[in-house]
Ligand binder design. Sequence first.
Ligand SMILES: NC(=O)c1ccc[n+]([C@@H]2O[C@H](COP(=O)([O-])OP(=O)(O)OC[C@H]3O[C@@H](n4cnc5c(N)ncnc54)[C@H](OP(=O)(O)O)[C@@H]3O)[C@@H](O)[C@H]2O)c1
Length: 334
Amino acid sequence: MLTLIRVCHSVTNFGMVFMKAVIVPSFGDSDVLTLVDHAEPIPGLGRVVVKMEAAGVGYVDVMARKGDYQPLSEPGFVPGLEAAGTVAAVGKGVDARWTGQRVFLLTKCGAYAEAIEVGERDLVRLPAGVSAAEAVALGINALVAGLGLDRANVKKGDRVLVRGAGGGIGLMAAQLATLAEGEVTAITSSPERADRLRELGVARVLDRSEGVDGRGEGYDVVVDPVAGADLGRYIEGLRPNGRYLLVGSAGGVPEPDTFQSFLAGYHNSPTLIAFSLNSVGPETVGVAAAALFDQAARGDLRGVIDEQFPLAEAHRAHERLESAPVFGKITLHP
Ligand SMILES: NC(=O)c1ccc[n+]([C@@H]2O[C@H](COP(=O)([O-])OP(=O)(O)OC[C@H]3O[C@@H](n4cnc5c(N)ncnc54)[C@H](OP(=O)(O)O)[C@@H]3O)[C@@H](O)[C@H]2O)c1
């Protein structure tokens, strides 16, 4: 099927070389995802075109596909926020030495395609030893975890509790807090997931399927991608001067009286931090991503891939993400 796609970037030009891309022609279930032929982008001023080798699949893509993600309100777009590959062409004003470089990129949408047009400032060079798939496996999850831990000022000796540690952000946060020499406790949901976290170097893992959940043990930092009904009780478990880092709500919306838990701990001077990657600019992302990729190149930090799918089977990748808990990242490949 040859079709016109709605792209996020107003400056995109198209040529007459065709590529494969996945579009959301109308909002709905995973089977709306459709592989189409489309003219390849031509890089505009200050922009580049990257040949995609791996693209990340995340919950934001699922929300966008369903029409539940606010910034993309009309169907007809190519989903996908992160990818890695090789710079194939550069536009006017871009250093020509980018051509042929292996890079990671973040974009507003458009990563589910063989070629992606982004601004030069959205590129992060990949060090030798970090594959495109591993870069995407680290990608947004490691950036959220790493920049979030910075905001929570995690330091050597801090007692750090990571909720949802078997999830994408959680398993990065558990590794990074361990690398920062925190005393890490990770909460997950099965013995298998607990074993895999231990293999990644996490010292203490609690399995909530066995009825243990780490609440009330006294932590300097709680990293929370889960939120949900238990959020208040975890706030109550903070030590004096503790920091609560909220980075997501995989477990749903907290109880309306959650703020009472914050007030109840007032004399312990707790700090509540909400962190979203949307709030930081490309320079900050670039510096953080380069440091994370260096940690991976040294073998200190590991990107974890749950399953890889061909681009043509993006619908199966979404089904996988929605049907059962994943451990690590789902990736797409041309
Ligand atoms: N802050 C940002 O910039 C940013 C960026 C991307 C995504 N997000 C958001 O962050 C959240 C997590 O994303 P993710 O990619 O890490 O998701 P994920 O891979 O699905 O991980 C979430 C994990 O939370 C745990 N969990 C789920 N429901 C739970 C419940 N009811 N009670 C306790 N634990 C529960 C599970 O971990 P275990 O099986 O190990 O228990 C699950 O694997 C989502 O809300 C996502 O939209 C935020």
